[in-house]
Design a protein around this ligand. Structure first.
Ligand code: BG6
Ligand code: MG
Length: 210
C-alpha cells in the first residue's frame, strides 16, 4: 500500500468522547437521555445528520431555525471541550505509527466528516505530517458514501486499491469498502466486523500486514 487514509475522531484523537458529551447536553435540553449505545450510531456521521437522528429517537420535530441553532450550539460546546487539547489527546501508538509511515515514504491523508478537523490536527501537533486533508467542509455526501475517501485518494494521486483506511465507525468502514479500499477497523471486533482487519489500537499494528 502506498496511501494511508485516517478517520479523525476515535482513530487519531480521543475526541469521540467530546462529541458525545456535547450531544448529550443538547439532547437533555429537550428531555432525551442519549446513551453510549445511541452514540455508537452517531460516530462518523455529520453534525446535521446526527441531530436529525437524535430528534427522531426523541420523537421530536423542530422548525428549521431552531434546528440550526441547536446544531450551532452543539458545536460551541464541542469547541469548548477541545479548546485546550494538545498531543496528549492522540490515541495510543498514533504518533509513532505516523512517523513510521513518513520514514517509509508513504502518503498520509485525512478522511473525516468533521468540519473542525484542521483545528484538531493543528492543536495535537500532527497537521504537518499530512499530505492531503479531506474534511466535512469538502464533501457533499456523508459516510457511508465513499466520497470522502475517494477524494483523499485523488488528492494523494493514488488509485483506491493502493489506499488503506483506518476507521472506528461502521459507517466509515462501509464507506471505505465502497471506495474499493482496504480497511482496518480501530476498536472492537464485533462493532467493526465488516473491516478487513480489526486492531484495538496502533501500538499493536505492524505495517507489513497491509
Ligand atoms: C465525525 C465524528 O468525525 O465528525 C462525529 O465521528 C461528528 O461524531 C462528525 O458528528 C462531524 O463533526 P463536526 O466537528 O463537524 O461537528
Ligand atoms: Mg471516527
Amino acid at each position: 500500500m502506498e496511501g494511508y487514509i485516517f478517520d479523525l475522531d476515535g482513530v487519531l484523537v480521543d475526541t469521540a468522547k467530546y462529541h458525545y458529551l456535547a450531544w448529550k447536553t443538547i439532547a437533555q435540553e429537550f428531555g432525551f437521555e442519549l446513551t453510549p449505545a445511541h452514540n455508537e450510531q452517531l460516530k462518523g456521521i455529520g453534525r446535521e445528520v446526527s441531530l436529525h437522528k437524535i430528534l427522531q429517537w426523541a420523537a421530536k420535530t423542530l422548525p428549521e431555525n431552531e434546528f440550526q441553532s441547536l446544531a450551532l450550539r452543539k458545536n460551541e460546546l464541542y469547541l469548548q471541550y477541545i479548546a485546550h487539547i494538545d498531543n496528549s489527546e492522540l490515541l495510543v501508538g498514533v504518533a509513532d505509527f505516523l512517523q513510521t509511515l513518513k520514514s517509509k515514504g508513504k502518503k498520509i491523508a485525512l478522511g473525516s466528516a468533521s468540519k473542525n478537523a484542521r483545528l484538531v490536527l493543528e492543536r495535537t501537533g500532527i497537521l504537518p505530517l499530512f499530505d492531503a486533508i479531506v474534511d466535512g467542509t469538502m464533501v457533499t455526501q456523508a459516510k457511508p458514501n465513499p466520497e470522502v475517501f475517494l477524494k483523499a485518494a485523488e488528492l494523494l494521486q493514488l488509485p483506491p486499491a493502493q489506499c488503506c483506511v483506518f476507521e472506528d465507525a461502521p459507517a466509515g468502514v462501509q464507506a471505505a469498502k465502497a471506495a474499493g479500499m482496504r480497511v482496518i477497523g480501530v476498536g472492537e471486533e464485533q462493532v467493526l466486523c465488516a473491516a478487513d482487519e480489526v486492531i484495538p489500537n496502533f501500538s499493536s499494528f505492524v505495517l507489513h500486514n497491509s
